[in-house]
Design a protein around this ligand. Structure first.
Ligand code: 5AD
Length: 348
């Protein structure tokens, strides 16, 4: 099959059959694919790159995902929790720097009951009514999601991690289920959140068929945000000896996601920046339009380690915004200081 024809068809129809997708996921000749994705992204979002201030507020987690450095059984992890005052201080600094979205991310830490989290969310919203609050705190009950939404949370990030039940079972302990995770995502949508999902690229045992299943699942969910990044091993996990994911595959998938979901907010993730010094720039060139610099207090950044060698000083840090601004300007993009909500309509 002619690859450029397949890309044109994907651009026009926003879909492709499984064999075509597999071909595109693995191509070494991505120029035309990236150009199509860049064009589509401009039609919806112009040259804007949206910024989110990421506050990693707890690295306690009750789960034992086999890939993740903050899994409960990793006894070598040094654990921390931020207080409401700590978090409000992060927001204050973030607001000063120009952030209008705060992402509260953490492990599944039962210390943060609905009462504690709702209070946190409503305090941030009343101090910064022009800002969006995004939560990323894993699987919770419908009632909990509803209460948090009513407290003012606008968005929720919950990657499905893999849409293949067999693959899911290889990455997670028996106590966790893909079904529950999917249900959470549909509940979040129903409640009214802007919802983000996504998956790791190159996680152990992942096949091309798994990735096609991921794309098919996203088609059903139609999330507002889609986050992907390469799997990176962490020494304190059972997956310590596995190979890291492929940068190429990850970039190809960002471009495919842009073409399948033109309206989506797609971050160029810290994991991409970790796997290659210019990884995040490459992500933007492949169609990503969001970046989430770290706003966590300096002392805890290196403790929130989902994988080894995570970046935590430089343009991925919130204080590095001016460096980031220069880096994206060199690519023809600009940092937007708007809230950066999803845009479902083509602008041109
Ligand atoms: N490598 C890459 N990404 C990881 N995540 C967790 N552990 C790893 C790892 N070892 C991702 C998961 C999670 C997100 C917050 O970080 O996809 O949803």
């Amino acid at each position: 099959m002619n690859m450029n024809f397949a890309i044109d068809t994907l651009y026009d129809t926003r879909d492709a059959d499984g064999d075509t997708l597999k071909l595109l996921i693995d191509t070494d000749d991505s120029g035309y694919l990236f150009a199509a994705a860049a064009k589509r992204r401009r039609e919806y979002y112009g040259t804007d790159i949206y910024i989110r201030g990421l506050i990693e507020f707890t690295n306690y987690c009750k789960n034992n995902c086999l890939y993740c450095g903050i899994r409960a059984e990793n006894v070598s992890a040094v654990r921390y929790r931020l207080t409401k005052d700590d978090i409000l201080a992060c927001c204050s600094e973030g607001y000063r720097l120009g952030f209008r979205t705060f992402v509260l991310q953490g492990g599944e830490d039962m210390y943060y009951t609905d009462g504690v989290l709702c209070d946190m969310v409503s305090s941030i919203k009343s101090a910064y009514p022009d800002c969006a609050v995004t939560l990323s705190v894993g699987e919770r009950s419908y009632e909990s999601y509803k209460a948090l939404f009513e407290a003012g949370a606008d968005r929720y990030l919950l990657r499905h991690e893999t849409a293949s039940p067999e693959h899911y079972a290889k990455l997670h302990p028996k106590s966790m289920s893909l079904e529950n995770r999917k249900q959470c995502l549909f509940e979040l949508k129903e409640i009214g959140y802007q919802v983000g999902s996504g998956f790791m690229v190159g996680s152990p045992y992942q096949t091309l068929d798994c990735l096609v299943e991921d794309l098919r699942f996203l088609r059903k969910l139609e999330p507002d945000m889609i986050g992907i990044g390469p799997f990176l091993p962490h020494a304190g996990t059972p997956f310590n000896a596995f190979e890291k994911g492929s940068l190429r595959r990850c970039l190809n998938l960002i471009a495919i996601l842009r073409l399948m979901f033109p309206y989506a907010l797609i971050p160029s993730t810290t994991a991409l920046g970790t796997i290659h010094p210019d990884g995040r720039e490459m992500g933007f060139m492949a169609g990503a339009n969001v970046v989430m610099p770290n706003l966590s207090p300096n002392g805890v950044r290196e403790l929130y380690t989902l994988y080894d060698n995570k970046l935590h000083t430089g343009s991925e840090a919130a204080e590095g915004l001016s460096e980031l601004r220069e880096r994206v300007a060199a690519l023809g993009y600009n940092i937007s200081y708007n809230r950066g909500d999803v845009n479902r309509d083509c602008r041109v």
